[in-house]
Design a protein around this ligand. Structure first.
Ligand SMILES: Nc1ncnc2c1ncn2[C@@H]1O[C@H](COP(=O)(O)OP(=O)(O)OP(=O)(O)O)[C@@H](O)[C@H]1O
Ligand SMILES: O=C(O)c1ccc[n+]([C@@H]2O[C@H](COP(=O)([O-])O)[C@@H](O)[C@H]2O)c1
Length: 194
């Protein structure tokens, strides 16, 4: 199988993540997308306002209607910083017949050279890079070996982030149509970000 890994903090998951995953799925003819919430993100502050279980629950709700999308808790089960290299090595050990692709937004593409053991990672998997407003999706600045591993997939610009969802919730503004309805309900019921 061709499997896309959609890694993220997902604090919380929003429609930008889901549309990105769907475009990657179509553009690269993937069989499945595994949404992989990080335990501890490598390059940003530890997520505040939620537990890892709550972030995972919201992702689970968001993908519940799909037959191609699912949640992997491989990183949540592993203590410490969630380096993608460690995750990929483990996945390839457990699923030797499958091919893995790592899906990243355009904001992340320019930081790929800073990823832990990126040179080895780029020999193991392909990266699927998606367009995102405000960030250059150009590959020119990347070293040749990393550039060769990235395929760009066009996606409509979805100007939306988890930060915006948290800020709207903190101000008492609705997040309707920005996150799936069942995720909005979960945030309400658990008093998240309010
Ligand atoms: N609107 C979007 N369009 C395309 N890709 C996105 C979008 N939002 C997030 N992504 C991508 O999804 C992955 C996971 O993102 P993450 O969970 O950190 O969400 P975020 O919205 O960037 O969060 P935050 O605002 O808290 O920094 C990253 O590769 C990121 O680039
Ligand atoms: O392995 C790394 O060095 C690395 C550095 C930055 C980001 N990542 C992964 O990229 C994904 C998106 O990261 P973030 O910080 O936008 O949530 C998430 O799965 C991270 O674990 C991985």
């Amino acid at each position: 199988m061709r499997i896309g890994i959609m890694g993220g903090t997902f604090n919380p998951i929003h429609l930008g993540h889901l549309i990105a995953a769907q475009r990657a799925c179509e553009g690269m003819e993937l069989d499945q997308i595994w949404f992989m919430p990080t335990h501890t993100p490598p390059h940003k502050p530890a997520p505040a306002g939620t537990t890892p279980e709550q972030r995972r629950d919201m992702v689970q709700l968001a993908v519940s209607g799909s037959n191609r999308f699912c949640v992997s808790d491989a990183e949540l089960r592993r203590e410490g910083v969630s380096y993608s290299y460690d995750t990929v090595c483990r996945l390839q050990q457990d699923h030797p017949d499958d091919r893995f692709y790592y899906i990243v937004g355009a904001d992340m593409i320019q930081f790929l050279p800073k990823w832990y053991r990126i040179d080895e990672l780029a020999t193991r998997i392909g990266f699927i890079g998606l367009q995102r407003k405000g960030y250059s999706a150009s590959l020119e600045a990347l070293p040749e070996n990393i550039r060769a591993a990235v395929t760009l997939v066009p996606m409509p610009v979805i100007e939306l982030s988890s930060t915006e969802i948290r800020e709207r919730r903190a101000k008492g503004k609705p997040v309707t149509y920005l996150v799936p309805a069942n995720v909005e309900r979960y945030m309400e019921e658990n008093g998240l970000y309010a």
